[in-house]
Write a protein that binds this ligand. Structure first.
Ligand code: CP3
Length: 348
């Protein structure tokens, strides 16, 4: 069975749809009580590495809301474990890498094993979810981190406000930077291809921090060649749409779009119509309600949803989403209202 008639895939291909499709970044997570209950019993890596648990969490938002796509429950960071990094998710702190890259030698000893060896449980979880979703005509999105965003965790050892260690490495050891990014491209290309082979109907690349860390010149020099190569490699081996998502990149969104991707993500900082002008109307756009809107009363939330829909202007190729991940303190009633309202307002 194919999912070609799903409105998510139609919109990704810029075709007309019966209603605007909607899904939410980080739609499986702490804002849902069922998720918190499950996480109280299992660590983050346990959930990711147990296909039955990853299946269950992936399905939680699908069973609760009328969403048009699922996203496999995983994280962008586990492939780093397979390369040799010691990754830990620490409660109330976030991800930490205990053996971060400090010198070029640390890059040279990194491994690049195939996804079948290091990401088996996630590939297995994808198969379980696809078997459940295909009869319901709901596509599953696979995903991976873009090389810059992963490199920033590998070099900083965790999240960062300034990305100064990462930028110091790229400015002072440019050849080592290229070796690190090449290794990440190798790992991520195979991981994305294998997710499509396991049944994912679309693939999203998260370059969450590139735009917050880098100006246009640095993006073009240190990031763009690698994102372009990654997308090209995946495109050659799969036929599923690729979503190219980043944040803070509005000043050079045309350069982001030039890396490739059938759909380009717009974060919440930029007006959707201006972002679409930069991407080009022949390509689909995903976005871009400010996730904090979901904490506001309905009157305010509704006005903000109306604003995004007005900017999309009924044009084919809009996938409604938040402009970044949903907040853990989001009321589930607001999620339900958002999803239903977008469908109602855009119904043909
Ligand atoms: O529903 C989905 O969207 C799928 C699941 C998903 C997670 N992480 C689960 C998760 C996805 C797509 C990601 C991607 C991810 N992970 C990104 C890119 C997306 C973005 O927001 O830009 C990044 C930067 C990460 C790295 C990461 N993982 C951080 C910074 C954190 C801690 C931050 C936080 O919110 O606590 C994580 C942990 C994480 N990944 C959680 C979830 C649901 C919270 C874990 C928990 O305590 O239960």
């Amino acid at each position: 069975m194919t999912l070609e008639n799903s409105r998510f895939l139609q919109a990704a291909n810029c075709q007309p749809v019966d209603k605007t499709p909607i899904w939410l970044m980080r739609q499986a997570g702490r804002y849902m009580k069922v998720y918190r209950d499950l996480r109280a019993k299992h660590s983050m890596l346990e959930v990711i590495n147990t296909p039955e648990l990853a299946f269950e969490v992936t399905m939680q938002p699908i069973n609760a809301f009328d969403l048009d796509a699922a996203i496999i429950f995983a994280d962008i960071l586990p492939p780093l474990i397979g390369m040799g990094f010691d990754l830990e998710f620490i409660k109330d702190v976030g991800p930490r890498i205990h053996n971060r890259v400090e010198r070029p030698y640390d890059i040279d000893i990194l491994a690049t094993p195939p996804a079948s060896e290091i990401m088996g449980p996630t590939l297995e979880a994808i198969k379980l979810v696809v078997a459940e979703l295909t009869p319901r005509n709901i596509p599953l999105i696979g995903f991976a981190g873009a090389p810059f965003t992963l490199a920033s965790y590998a070099v900083e050892g965790g999240g960062s406000k300034t990305y100064s260690r990462t930028k110091e490495l790229m400015y002072t050891e440019p050849a080592a930077w290229i070796r690190l990014m090449d290794k990440l491209v190798t790992i991520q290309a195979d991981y994305l291809i294998q997710q499509a082979k396991a049944g994912a109907s679309a693939l999203q690349i998260f370059d969450s921090w590139a735009g917050l860390a880098l100006g246009k010149g640095d993006y073009i020099r240190y990031v763009k060649p690698f994102n372009t190569k990654l997308i090209d490699m995946v495109k050659k081996r799969t036929d599923v749409p690729i979503i190219n998502f980043s944040t803070g990149t509005f000043p050079y969104l045309d350069e982001v779009a030039a890396c490739g991707g059938d759909v380009v993500g717009a974060d919440w900082r930029m007006p959707l119509d201006a972002a679409w002008d930069k991407i080009g109307h022949d390509r689909a756009i995903m976005g871009n309600l400010d996730p904090v809107s979901l904490l506001a009363p309905w009157r305010e939330l509704k006005a903000r949803i109306d604003d995004v829909l007005a900017q999309a202007n009924g044009r084919s190729g809009h996938i409604f989403n938040l402009g970044h991940g949903i907040f853990p303190n989001t009321p589930t009633d607001n999620v339900r209202r958002l999803v239903d309202y977008v469908h109602e307002q855009t119904s043909k």
